[in-house]
Design a protein. Structure first.
Length: 503
């Protein structure tokens, strides 16, 4: 399968080897990380009291997150999922699912040229942002016209555009960046992005965020310039069906996409530091729980190497991607039973539920016990089905007292997630905005006129159960390195009174 990409989750990349010769396009943006705010309207977070009942049920089945995403999309724009499947040359959601799972090999989505690829991607955004009509529902499908400013949203006519403007004007500028990044992201598939990086010249504790990170990149402007002037950038704008922006805008877009690429490894690095886990002291194992296509589709074994540059001289780190939606690929290899090789980051995966993995691999010592567990956008706050699927994992993490870092897309999701974790009597050691959040804005696919979200915009750190809180807290670094977490009372989290601790 060509380099696939899911909306909303900073999806993934193909190696440069895929892009020599014939076009190997990324398919149009398939929906969507359902953990993104598409999944549920605000206020859908579970009410107090329910989890205890659900605990008893211990749902054995994993939620099908993609199908939830499709449903959410069709609630906003009826019929849009059908358009997307058609563009992907697929009959049904089941086809899509098997392609994503790698069960249907050789699926090329019927895309033959670069122009075709960009056109199909754009087509999936063609619906009237005001009345939600798809092209087929219009007397003349070509009458759908794009907002000139952002080149992102469409209208069936002047009346809808006027009616929508008071709302759209709040987001038009950001949506322009979203549309640009969506195209430039193709350079992640071609291998142009990210540019090569070097060992950090400052200790990790002194790198407070992206500004510091970029300041360590030698010859940054030359590297950005080479990408802007590169063959694939030229090819992109020859086929995108939009005018090429100025070089300055392209450089900014590349920078945002570079942060998107490195956000996951650096957030893991942040988690290690927050819990005082020293990669120089011993080999480490990190479990990425609830991993999906977003983390595993076309992921290369080198994609988390920035951790080696962050912690030069480390003793070896293994990242094990565990989740039902893990995709077959270069990192689909068994977890190590021995420590990770010194000075290297080793990626492996397990396709299945985390508590099953725990039973079959960790308890039997086929895989190491994790030093840190990370979940990117778990989305358990989004709807009861997802929460039911997550519960066994959440309880396992709590009851084994494992250091856990979860990320969310927005402050709103942070509040909803905290509420659930408080109800589960998890010990929340802190939460804050993430200094290594992706800087790339992402729109809610089928509902563009909403505030854009950012991958891993906030994090929550957990350690064991509420009653056993005290021992764990000592493990945390207590310095001024951006740890702004506070301990929410149940009332604070539930009542939403958490703003003061957010950066
Ligand atoms: Zn309309
Ligand atoms: Zn606009």
């Amino acid at each position: 399968m060509a380099g696939g990409r899911r909306r909303g989750g900073g999806g993934r990349r193909g190696g440069p080897q895929q892009h020599t010769g014939t076009p190997q396009p990324a398919p149009p943006p398939a929906p969507l990380c359902p953990a993104a705010p598409t999944a549920q309207p605000a206020g859908a977070a579970p009410k107090a009291g329910r989890p205890k009942k659900v605990v008893e049920e211990r749902a054995a089945r994993a939620p099908d997150v993609d199908s939830l995403g499709f449903q959410a999309m069709d609630r906003n724009v009826p019929g849009l999922s059908h358009v997307i499947l058609k563009k992907l040359n697929m009959e049904s959601y089941e086809d899509y699912k098997s392609a994503m799972d790698g069960r249907k090999s050789g699926s090329d989505f019927g895309i033959r040229t670069y122009f075709d690829m960009f056109q199909k991607m754009e087509d999936t955004f063609k619906f009237c942002a005001e009345c939600k009509k798809l092209p087929d529902a219009l007397p003349d499908p070509k009458s759908l016209r794009r907002c000139k400013r952002c080149q992102n949203v469409y209208y069936c006519g002047v009346a809808c555009q006027r009616a929508n403007w008071p709302l759209h004007k709040k987001f038009c500028k950001k949506l322009k960046l979203v549309a640009l990044d969506r195209l430039v992201e193709w350079l992640v598939f071609t291998g142009d992005i990210p540019f090569p990086t070097e060992t950090w010249t400052k200790p990790a504790r002194d790198v407070k965020g992206w500004e510091d990170w970029f300041s360590m990149q030698e010859q940054l402007e030359e590297k950005l310039g080479a990408i802007v002037a590169g063959r694939y950038m030229t090819l992109l704008w020859a086929n995108a069906g939009k005018p090429r922006p100025e070089d300055g805008e392209l450089r900014q877009s590349i920078r945002r996409l570079v942060t998107d690429f490195h956000s996951r490894p650096l957030t893991i690095g942040l988690g290690l530091r927050l819990f005082g886990i020293d990669p120089l002291a011993k080999p480490l194992t990190v479990h990425v729980v609830g991993a999906s296509h977003v983390e595993t589709l076309n992921t290369r074994p080198t994609d988390y190497d920035e951790l080696t540059r962050m912690f030069p001289g480390h003793q070896g780190m293994e990242m094990v991607m565990v989740g039902v939606d893990v995709v077959d690929g270069p990192i689909m290899r068994p977890p190590l039973a021995t420590p990770a090789p010194r000075g290297r980051v080793y990626l492996s995966s397990y396709k299945g539920l985390y508590h099953d993995f725990w039973e079959s691999h960790v308890e039997t010592k086929l895989a190491a016990r994790p030093d840190l567990v990370v979940g990117f956008h778990p989305g358990f706050h989004a709807c009861p089905d997802l929460l039911a699927g997550w519960l066994p994992t959440l309880l396992l993490l709590r009851d084994y007292g494992l250091p856990v870092l979860f990320t969310v897309y927005s402050e709103q999701e942070l509040k909803a997630s905290l509420q659930i974790l408080v109800e589960l009597e998890t010990h929340i050691v802190g939460y804050a905005s993430n200094p290594f959040a992706s800087l790339r804005p992402e729109q809610v696919y089928s509902s563009p006129n909403k505030a854009p979200v950012y991958c891993s915009s906030h994090y929550i750190a957990l350690l064991g159960a509420e009653a056993s809180a005290v021992p764990g807290a000592e493990g945390l670094e207590d310095d001024d390195d951006g740890w702004q977490g506070g301990e929410p009372s149940a009332a604070a989290a539930v009542g939403g009174g958490i703003t003061p601790v957010l950066g």
